[in-house]
Design a protein around this ligand. Structure first.
Ligand SMILES: CC(C)(COP(=O)(O)OP(=O)(O)OC[C@H]1O[C@@H](n2cnc3c(N)ncnc32)[C@H](O)[C@@H]1OP(=O)(O)O)[C@@H](O)C(=O)NCCC(=O)NCCS
Length: 140
């Protein structure tokens, strides 16, 4: 059900990014470069209703994107994608995973808190709408 993303998923990923992140959405070029990069890793559900993108460099992993189409939410897809991403990062030698999340994004904050992430910092006015991002960390 969860598989590595390929270039063929690009149009679906672009549409999902736009629908989920609006003004903060990654462009097609950025998504294409993530799929091609040796440091970035992406997984999708078979129907590309959900995806996750990470970057792993040495000891540090970053959760760059995670999203689920509204119609597919609350079925455990994000949690499963997060486990896929953390398992892969750990197996690749990373000791810690970092991410940024909107301070008001209660669904994502709950997801990360139950996965064991802890708040380590805040980035003021990080998002296009001027809202803050919390920086979270998970020991792998
Ligand atoms: C956040 C998001 C990825 C969660 O996806 P999902 O597949 O619905 O999440 P899951 O079904 O795996 O839920 C896992 C846990 O997350 C939390 N959670 C998810 N949605 C929630 C909501 N609407 N309210 C409160 N907690 C929520 C819960 O702890 C949930 O566990 P539970 O169902 O046992 O209570 C999804 O809402 C989304 O794509 N949001 C828009 C994009 C986004 O904000 N991405 C994160 C950017 S940092």
């Amino acid at each position: 059900m969860i598989r590595e993303a390929t270039g063929e998923d690009l149009p679906d990923l672009v549409a999902l990014e736009r629908a989920l992140f609006g003004g903060d959405a990654w462009s097609e070029a950025l998504l294409a470069s993530a799929l091609a990069s040796p440091h970035e890793h992406a997984w999708v559900t078979d129907d590309v209703a959900a995806y996750v993108v990470t970057m792993v460099t040495g000891d540090l992993a970053d959760l760059l994107r995670i999203g689920v189409a509204p119609a597919a939410r609350r079925r455990g897809l994000a949690r499963r994608l997060l486990v896929t991403a953390t398992d892969h990062a750990r197996a690749s030698g990373a000791g810690r995973m970092l991410l940024e999340v909107g301070a008001g994004n209660l669904a994502a904050l709950d997801l990360y808190a139950t996965a064991g992430f802890q708040r380590i910092d805040v980035r003021r006015r990080y998002y296009a709408d001027g809202s803050d991002a919390l920086v979270l960390s998970l020991d792998l």
